[in-house]
Design a binder for this molecule. Structure first.
Ligand SMILES: *Cc1c(COP(=O)(O)O)cnc(C)c1O
Length: 457
């Protein structure tokens, strides 16, 4: 048992239902507010952007939501994903800790993102949607949704952050291979994009801007197009729970239970997907697993942001959510973990951090790449730069155990591989990466632009 390297589940063990943390939240969820009126949104308002079946999932209090058979059929192309015991890394670190990682990089596009792309495409198809719009940063989300839309016969329009569109063509080509239309955002296709270009013709774009464009296109399509988001929202986090539900079974196969679970957090989806089933055990089963969310020191929404109501996008058109935020006017520095550069954080992750159920940590870029290289030299897998944040903290915790002699069980989510991020590794190897800590003065300034919501909210 103890020298086993990988824990593989039979296809029949693929979860039949998603876990919805709404049922177990220790604090009541905060209302989502309309960006114009600042009153709680109605399903009608959300219905402009999302199909009703996904809206019902978003607000459902049910703990378990059945995974439809057509979605499970597609999941079976790569799920259940493997869980590994990192024996070789343990040895290299000379730690008594046991390190496990769940690997989501085995999906066709190399990350956890298809876990929600597939059900979102499915439920849109069920609801009669013909076309979707979305944004993508470096292209991980766009490639996942492109694959899913291709499987379920939906058209897809993708607004890709301009700097990535030009610097990272491979994922764009994957999206186009699946039949999606990809545009470099800001574009001249939207009112918002044109307004940005008028002021900043050379704008490199940002995730917040691309969201604004994709939202505008769906909202002004008279119902012809719906919008899809790859992180942050409750139903997205819930779809990702297949990761942690499988991991619970796999830890049981390994005959151990984690003392801590770790995930990197951009909008919170892979983190929540992996850790919420363990939090469920904490809440309902008396388990005491420590839950750690890791973010970049350059985009530190959980560790340096403010827990406040803020817009989900740059143009202040998306709903207002209570979350840890750096301000919707945040323009992220150009770090090499594109998926971790969102200004906010999902509402439930934010609430659980605020309540003390999740511990947030920020790590710097150089130490993150150092950890990623060390991990790959032991385990063979080159992590996505986002996932490397979780690797860093897992290694830090294992090294603490070396000092204390504790045999802790550490489990983390390796959310994706880094095969399309080689230029970032190249820059690291040539000493061209720098650490950047987001200046406090910029956080303070951005807070002056938060929406002034009525006290009732
Ligand atoms: C998109 C992405 C992330 C960050 O998004 P979350 O919603 O926070 O999970 C992390 N890792 C990988 C590999 C990604 O593609």
């Amino acid at each position: 048992m103890s020298n086993q390297y990988k824990f593989l589940l039979e296809e029949s063990k693929l979860p039949k239902a998603w876990y919805n943390i709404n049922a177990d939240l220790p604090v009541p969820p905060q209302p989502v507010l309309h960006p114009g009126t600042m009153q709680p949104v109605t399903p009608d308002f959300l219905g402009v952007l999302f199909p009703m079946n996904l809206i019902m999932q978003e607000i459902s209090p049910e703990r378990w939501i059945e995974i439809p058979e057509p979605v499970r059929e597609v999941y079976k192309l790569w799920r259940p994903t493997p869980m590994f015991r990192a024996h070789r890394l343990e040895k290299a670190l000379d730690t008594p800790a046991h390190i496990y990682y769940k690997y989501e990089g085995v999906s066709p596009v190399g990350s956890h993102k298809p876990n929600t792309a597939v059900p979102q495409a499915f439920f849109n198809k069920e609801a009669g949607t013909k076309a979707l719009t979305t944004e993508t940063g470096a292209g991980q989300w766009g490639s996942a949704l492109a694959m899913a839309c291709n499987f379920f016969g939906l058209d897809l329009e993708i607004y890709m952050v301009k700097v990535s569109y030009h610097q990272k063509p491979y994922r764009r080509i994957i999206m186009e291979n699946f039949g999606a239309d990809v545009y470099a955002s800001p574009t001249d296709r939207t009112h918002f994009g044109r307004s940005v270009l008028a002021e900043h013709p050379d704008s490199p774009g940002s995730l917040g801007m691309a969201i604004s464009e994709a939202v505008e296109v769906a909202a002004t399509s008279n119902g012809a197009k719906k919008y899809s988001l790859g992180s942050v929202l409750g139903h997205v986090l819930m779809h990702q729970s297949v990761i942690g539900l499988e991991a619970l079974d796999q830890m049981e196969m390994a005959g151990e239970y984690p003392d801590m679970v770790i995930g990197c957090a951009g909008g919170g989806s892979n983190f929540a997907g992996f850790t919420y089933p363990f939090l469920w055990k904490n809440f309902t089963d008396g388990r005491k697993t420590k839950v750690i969310a890791v973010e970049p020191a350059s985009c530190p929404s959980l560790t340096r942001g403010v827990y406040a109501f803020d817009y989900g996008d740059t143009a202040a058109m998306a709903p207002i959510v209570k979350m840890f935020t750096l301000g919707h006017t945040f323009i992220p520095p150009g770090i090499h973990a594109g998926g971790l550069r969102y200004h906010g954080m999902s509402a439930s992750v934010s609430a659980l951090v605020d309540h003390g159920d999740i511990e947030p940590r920020a790590v710097k870029q150089l130490e993150t790449f150092e950890a990623a290289v060390r991990f790959s030299q032991s385990e063979g897998i080159i992590p996505a730069p986002e996932s490397a944040h979780a690797v860093r903290v897992a290694i830090d915790e294992a090294l603490k155990c070396k000092v204390t002699g504790e045999k802790k069980v550490i489990a983390f989510n390796l959310s994706g591989h880094g095969h399309f991020d080689m230029m970032a590794y190249e820059a690291y190897h040539h000493g061209q990466l720098e650490d950047f800590e987001y200046p406090q003065a910029m956080v303070t300034e951005a807070m002056t632009h938060l929406p002034k919501v009525p006290a009732m909210a």
